[in-house]
Design a protein around this ligand. Structure first.
Ligand code: SF4
Length: 480
């Protein structure tokens, strides 16, 4: 298998922000000329090639450095359908090369000061530090352990700077009392229903109040989307505060798309102070599927795994990303999105595993329409021995019409709607909504019985009055 991926660079390389010395500029140019054609290198200055089976992850339009987004497919990248999902290829090749364990290390966001600069200088510097002779000898050594040790002493400080220090380990939460009502109910073994409420398009809070009041008796928490489909709406934080004031626990979604390392940390602290403790870290829909004019479809400052890592450390170690101490440590119950039907279940399980290691305590799945597929995905999580480390809340939509069903199938990345469901909705004609309720109830019945599932996340697309009926007719015994 070729280690190289020639002629595969869609986006231009980064160039340094500052003027460097001539010798460094020469090294940069040499690295660009060599690694560009061979690996599609974009000169991010923070090289991860060894961790990504020698395929440069910076081709991902979102700039994800820890794995694919929930819209990953074997066929194409949903942001630009003319190119493959580079992360799908990285996973595929890593498994073939038996480098799967390398995918598990939580890798840092870019140090933008280095973007556009060479990585080779750092390597030379580290080799000198470790000892050039020692390093060269280790390359031909038969002692695998020693070879690995020396290799790591050169490359680990480059890919894992001190301010990040990522690893492949699971870090259990460093607190005992539940951070939120949702966490308390899950810990008590309750089978929960959470409800998605889409924030209003205007500045009035009354639609939020109405929706929250409607679902209050049935929902363990109300989850507010963060500009879904890259379309601006009222801020989720405001909606969460309204829900808290009405006595309902809420889940604040924070997207990597709309945040950077600074706003993530300040927003999370502000949320904690307002009593909003459930935070769902997601990459967010790319502007490619939103209305124009489109915002940047390029690189994000963080990915959802990095967001979890940062928030977990703020909570458990009381540290900002830059290492400063936080005076009053915040408390959070951290969640992440899961996508059982994107790419392959075994690939997705690697991604969910990494999220759990980074700090995810609950996983909220994308909308699912196939209980057997969910079971296959759960089997993969079970094989990775992670089901006891996370609560799983499965996303179920209550379909209202054929148009809505087709929209979910065609436009929403990671959502797979089987033909059987489409046929049922089509055949139902004017009773499509009633059929949608029947489908949701059937799915809940099957999925709630699967081992490892702790709740259902209901998406009603603005039809919250249906929540009461769904919860009542589902017959799910919420106290297990
Ligand atoms: S990870 Fe960065 S330095 Fe390495 S090949 Fe990709 S763009 Fe180049």
């Amino acid at each position: 298998m070729s280690l190289f991926t020639p002629g595969r660079r869609w986006q231009p390389p980064f160039y340094p922000f500052k003027k460097e010395k001539f010798s460094l500029r020469l090294l940069e140019a040499t690295e660009r000329i060599v690694k560009g054609p061979l690996f599609g290198c974009r000169m991010c200055g923070n090289c991860l090639l060894q961790e990504t089976a020698f395929i440069c992850p910076m081709e991902c339009p979102k700039g994800l450095r820890n794995g694919p987004c929930g819209g990953s497919t074997p066929e194409y990248c949903y942001v630009d359908k003319t190119r493959p999902c580079i992360w799908y290829h990285i996973f595929e090749r890593s498994l073939k090369m038996k480098r799967e364990e390398k995918l598990m290390e939580v890798l840092p966001p870019l140090d933008w000061d280095k973007a556009g600069t060479e990585t080779w200088g750092d390597v030379i510097h580290q080799v000198r530090k470790v000892g050039t002779g020692r390093f060269l000898k280790s390359l031909v050594s038969r002692d695998r352990v020693k070879r690995h040790e020396i290799w790591e002493s050169v490359f680990r400080p480059i890919r894992q700077p001190e301010w990040w220090n990522g690893d492949s380990e699971y870090h259990p939460p460093a607190y005992t009392e539940p951070a939120s009502e949702l966490e308390k109910r899950l810990r008590n073994g309750e089978f929960v229903f959470t409800v998605e409420v889409i924030p209003p398009l205007g500045a009035s809070a009354s639609p939020v109040r109405k929706s929250v009041e409607m679902v209050k008796p049935y929902a363990a928490a109300v989850n507010f989307t963060d500009n879904p489909s890259a379309t601006p709406r009222m801020a989720g934080m405001t909606c969460c505060k309204i829900a808290s004031d009405l006595g309902v626990d809420s889940v604040l979604q924070i997207t990597a798309r709309d945040h950077n390392r600074y706003s993530l940390q300040s927003k999370a602290l502000g949320a904690a102070e307002l009593g909003i403790k459930n935070i769902l870290c997601i990459t967010g829909d790319n502007p490619a599927i939103g209305p124009g004019p489109q915002g940047s479809m390029e690189i994000y400052d963080l990915d959802s795994i990095q967001m979890l890592w940062i928030l977990r450390k703020m909570r458990d170690e009381g540290k900002y990303l830059d290492g400063r101490s936080i005076k009053n440590k915040p408390s959070f119950f951290l969640g992440a999105a899961a996508s059982p039907f994107a790419s392959k279940p075994e690939f997705q399980a690697i991604r969910e595993h990494k999220k759990i290691n980074a700090g995810a305590q609950f996983l909220q799945t994308n909308l699912v329409f196939d209980a057997a597929g969910v079971e296959k995905w759960l089997e993969q999580l079970y094989k990775r021995n992670i089901l006891d480390k996370v609560y799983i809340i499965v996303g179920i939509a209550v379909l209202k019409s054929l148009n809505m069903t087709l929209h979910l199938k065609k436009e929403i990345p990671g959502v797979v709607v089987p033909d059987e469901i489409i046929n049922r909705i089509e055949k139902a004609g004017e009773s499509a909504h009633e059929e949608g309720i029947t489908i949701a109830l059937e799915l809940i019945e099957k999925i709630s019985k699967l081992k490892g599932v702790n709740g259902i996340h209901l998406t009603t697309m603005g039809n919250e009055q249906i929540v009461e009926r769904i919860v009542r007719e589902s017959g799910v015994n919420t106290r297990k």
